[in-house]
Design a protein around this ligand. Sequence first.
Ligand code: C2O
Ligand code: CU
Length: 432
Amino acid sequence: MPLSRRTLLASAAATLVPTWSKANRERLTAEPVVAQILPEGSGTTPSLGFNGGTPGPVLRVRQGDELHVNFENRTGEPSSVHWHGIRIDNAMDGVPGLTQDAVPDGEDFEYRFVTPDAGTFWYHSHSRSWQQVAMGLYGPLIVEEREPPDVDADIIVMIDDWWLEQDGELRDDFNSMFHFSHAGRLGNYAKAIVSQSSTLKGNRVRLRLINVANARVFPVDIGGVEGNLVALDGMPLKKVEPIDTIHLAPAQRADIIADVAGNIEFSFWTGHEQYPLATIDAAGSNPSPRTSPIVPLPPNDVATTNGDEDMHVTLRMQGGAMGGQHPGDDIWSFNGVSGLPDEPWFEVQQGTVVGMTLVNDTSFPHGIHLHGQHFHEVDGGGKPGPLRDTTLVDARASRDIICVFGNPGKWLLHCHMLGHATTGMETWVEVT
Ligand code: C2O
Ligand code: CU
């Protein structure tokens, strides 16, 4: 077949355009900062942050891009960065003792990785994290869809609580036995830090909620919007769902797409009281609000399963206050072992489908996080539900999850109530 000039140019162009993705270069300097956590006019909080503030800068990349981050540790102690929820190259996962050495104070480390999934993620210290995260070493990592949904504003809502003195200083009892053995370091001052403080009535907004708290589970209510929950832990839901109270365990995320009907009020329930977290003012109105339905986000390319498993394992959580005896040598244990064992909990080949029953024999809820892959929460009928990277297991309850282990490497599995992780609740899985 003779090649016409048109087909020749078209095919030449197709081979000449480089197919590698764009590299985004960023710098993250972890360092002491002074934060205004209490309202303006009240005391300030000496803490840690990235690039001069806490939360750290918003890292925003496009799905499939490569991110290069030059991490500079100027905190005065060893540190590292974990990219929570990213199906990352294992060497870049940021876990001292498993995937890298902690970066000494004054030194740098170059993180380089591809971001395969679009969604809401975050980064945080993974070195003495019960203290460094409580002090503010975290920030949002947003991976945009190749074709982002049609919204007027994309708003990040980072929810945290702090354990503060009256004058705003962080209480320095990071190693409190009480906190370690009970629910973790729950703060006495909570708020959501929002990436913009006003919008228009009639705007369609995407809200990206991230719970960066050390230990608190936030049951979040959102007033002033009408719309849907569209993603959990960075992974799109197959069907959009109505917005009800959203229970966010530490590290969990929720994405909402909604139309603004009035001021957007974020609050959470503690006991019988509703505690305000943040308000986004709806000033003025959008003359041409969208009328199109809110539809699911495009799915990420994650291997899923219909529920058939190649093997099944059980993780028994024991210990803590009011928890009874257990064989571990620290406050908490997983399957009788406290802390990171030399051998993995289990070893599987890439592609293996593993069902896991997480049994909580303790008197406290635990948010269990698996690094490097997402898993399905399994519903009562045994069917794989939403994809998550962190799942909440209530006190004295159990939860089934199922995971297609698609990402090779050594992956940590731990409680994201960070004081629990450091006093026993961590193990690891090897995917070969
Ligand atoms: Cu969000 Cu092991 O961490
Ligand atoms: Cu826990």
